[in-house]
Design a protein around this ligand. Structure first.
Ligand SMILES: NC(=O)c1ccc[n+]([C@@H]2O[C@H](COP(=O)([O-])OP(=O)(O)OC[C@H]3O[C@@H](n4cnc5c(N)ncnc54)[C@H](OP(=O)(O)O)[C@@H]3O)[C@@H](O)[C@H]2O)c1
Length: 229
């Protein structure tokens, strides 16, 4: 039985990942903001401990999916801009880092290894809109952290993967498409459509359960060739 912890699993990509990973051979804890606010620095440790309890003291896979995509225009007041920056970094990067650290230490103690799947973004490589410096930076940080974990702990059978979706048809993407004039944005995607949450979920499922260990440290794109690197 593989024990899996997923953050941000109430809707969108996270809900699709939870669906894809729920089988007779897995036990899944699917968290949302109702379980705790990841902007609170005390939340990750509490959520980790509670999830460990619910999973009989063993977590094999951590999927950091929870994230926010909030606008932070540069003409805000200094204090408001900094608060917006900090909140996105806290939810998207710091909380994920705290959970990764707890996972690595858990796996080191049991000497059995485990897998981390971090849901980053195309923005990590391509950047984002003028109101989303913080979002792009948080996702680039997530990619760098994933590579660091992969290199540091591969010998201990601790594997780490990052997935970089482009626009994906969730509530978040719908708002974004609307705010950017929909069709124009789609014209920039050679595939002619945004990704579906089930596509990202399939990638996460594979990384979590099946991807060969030699693939650790890989960053997988899913953006309809709108950004190839
Ligand atoms: N959709 C896209 O176009 C796209 C593209 C690239 C990357 N991504 C990344 O993919 C991931 C999922 O995106 P999505 O579009 O599926 O998002 P979504 O539909 O907005 O769902 C976000 C999830 O994260 C949880 N969450 C948000 N803020 C939280 C907080 N402060 N504390 C705890 N949980 C929180 C939400 O819980 P509640 O339901 O309780 O609020 C929800 O389960 C994110 O990391 C996002 O950056 C998305």
């Amino acid at each position: 039985m593989t024990h899996i912890l997923i953050t941000g699993a109430s809707r969108g990509i996270g809900a699709a990942i939870a669906d894809a990973l729920t089988t007779d051979a897995t036990k899944v804890v699917a968290l949302s903001s109702a379980d705790g606010d990841l902007a609170d620095p005390h939340a990750p440790a509490r959520l980790w401990a509670e999830s460990l309890d619910r999973l009989d003291g063993r977590i094999d896979v951590l999927i950091n999916n929870a994230g926010v995509f909030e606008t932070n225009p540069i003409d805000k007041s200094d204090a408001d801009w900094l608060a917006g920056w900090n909140r996105t970094l806290e939810v998207n990067l710091t909380a994920s880092a705290q959970l990764c650290r707890l996972a690595v230490r858990h796996w080191q103690q049991g000497a059995r290894g485990g897998r981390i799947v971090n849901i980053a973004s195309r923005a990590a490589y391509r950047g984002d809109s003028p109101a989303h410096w913080h979002y792009a930076a948080s996702k680039a940080g997530m990619v760098a952290m994933t590579k660091t974990i992969a290199r540091a702990y591969a010998r201990e059978n601790i594997l780490a993967f990052a997935i970089c979706p482009g626009f994906t048809m969730t509530g978040m993407a719908e708002e974004y498409l609307e705010s950017r004039g929909g069709d124009k944005l789609l014209a920039d995607i050679p595939l002619g459509r945004v990704a579906m949450p089930e596509e990202i979920a399939e990638m996460a499922r594979w990384c979590a359960l099946a991807a060969p260990p030699s693939m650790t440290g890989a960053v997988l794109d899913a953006n309809g060739a709108s950004y190839v690197r």
